[in-house]
Design a protein around this ligand. Structure first.
Ligand SMILES: *Cc1c(COP(=O)(O)O)cnc(C)c1O
Length: 370
């Protein structure tokens, strides 16, 4: 079945008593014993959450999906399934929140990690240690839009007996079939494109196979308890129904915006994997069906100029996050830590579903201020 059909059909609940075409929202925290669905308590399972997990499993072509109350809770569950003394290999531009999680919590619990440039395959190979259990990539990466070669890194990872996890948040299951390309697990912050309307936080881990890792992540879900509510699960499933069509719009708009910015005299660098001069354009073309709705730019005049542009846009609101129908812009480095590698003149842009001409006009007037 095609993804447009799966997004709409998977995880449907037919309520026999009413015939409702759209599912009811189950807010009950607990369930009477011996019910048909084997439900016990909402931390362990909820009808809306179960339907959502069925849909996410089908979208990724996996065997099971485990959902959480945020993307970070999903990432944390994978890392928490490892043990003391295990080593994780991370990208050197891994999402800021993941670095905070590792440095601030998991290091204290005995997890080892190191960083490597995931676009340099020889370096990845050399960085694998005897105790490496997990290689963690994020592609496209945030906010530098680097593209890691999932299939090639999967080969290197599997040769060493480790597992490959992919944070596919920016690509979504629509654009990048991470499991089919070789990942063992794929994680999404469903807060972003999967939800699509900036009105919920959520996360998911989808598994290629049954096994130890899945059991452990399911255990973390039920016992650490960072679970999505019935209402958030309902909202997220509602958002997913239109994911394929929203992604088409995001990709088409971002492409136009990227070309406009690439020719703009006040912009010295554009990071968008769809541009032919992007350093990983060939890998992106191979593993993605389109290039997504996110891009970053560096403007002339340093941090001050970047701040001014972000403050001058009117359609693009200045806010963190991405993947909603509305366009957002963010001066990124100041919200990261002092050791950030993000250039100080960089703006991260989430291209929404407004008309591209209006988006381009808004950026043109904001750039004219510097
Ligand atoms: C936002 C984001 C996360 C974290 O997700 P939350 O839902 O904010 O917890 C993780 N990875 C990437 C790539 C993200 O963009």
């Amino acid at each position: 079945m095609n993804i447009e059909t799966i997004a709409i059909q998977a995880g449907r609940i037919l309520d026999d008593t009413t015939g409702a075409v759209m599912p009811p929202i189950h807010l009950s925290s607990t369930f009477v014993r011996d019910n048909q669905q084997g439900l016990v308590y909402s931390r362990m399972g909820n009808p809306n959450r179960n339907a959502l997990e069925d849909c996410l499993t089908a979208l990724e072509g996996g065997v099971e999906a485990v959902t959480f109350a945020s993307g970070m809770a999903a990432v944390a569950a994978v890392f928490q399934s490892l043990g003391q003394g295990d080593h994780v290999l991370l990208a050197d531009d891994t999402y800021f929140g993941v670095r905070e999680l590792v440095n601030g919590i998991l290091t204290r619990w005995g997890l080892e990690h190191s960083l490597v440039d995931m676009t340099d395959l020889a370096a990845v190979k050399a960085a694998i240690q005897p105790n490496t259990r997990l290689v963690w990539i994020e592609t496209p990466s945030n906010p530098m839009l680097k593209i890691s070669d999932i299939a090639a890194i999967a080969d290197i990872t599997h040769e060493s007996g480790a597992l490959l996890g992919v944070d596919g948040t920016w690509a979504t299951p629509m654009l990048q079939p991470a499991l089919a390309l070789g990942a063992d697990v794929v994680v999404h912050s469903t807060t972003k494109y999967l939800g699509g309307h900036s009105d919920l936080t959520g996360g998911v881990v989808v598994f290629k196979e049954q096994g130890d890792l899945l059991e452990k992540v399911r255990f973390v879900q039920g016992n650490a308890g960072g679970v999505p509510s019935g209402f958030d699960s309902w909202l997220l499933l509602r958002g997913i129904r239109t994911l394929p069509y929203r992604m088409r719009g995001h990709c088409a708009n971002a492409k136009q915006v990227a070309h406009f910015l690439a020719d703009h005299p006040k912009v010295h660098t554009v990071y968008y994997p769809g541009l032919e001069d992007h350093p990983n354009h060939d890998v992106a073309k191979r593993q993605m069906s389109d290039f997504g709705g996110m891009l970053s730019i560096q403007v002339i005049g340093g941090a001050e100029s970047a701040e001014k542009v972000a403050a001058s846009t009117k359609i693009f609101w200045r806010a963190t996050s991405l993947g909603g129908v509305e366009s957002l812009i963010e001066h990124r480095a100041p919200v990261e830590d002092e050791n950030t590698k993000t250039p100080w003149d960089l703006l991260r842009i989430s291209v929404g579903l407004e008309h591209p001409d209006d988006l381009i006009a808004d950026l043109a007037q904001a750039l004219s201020k510097i």
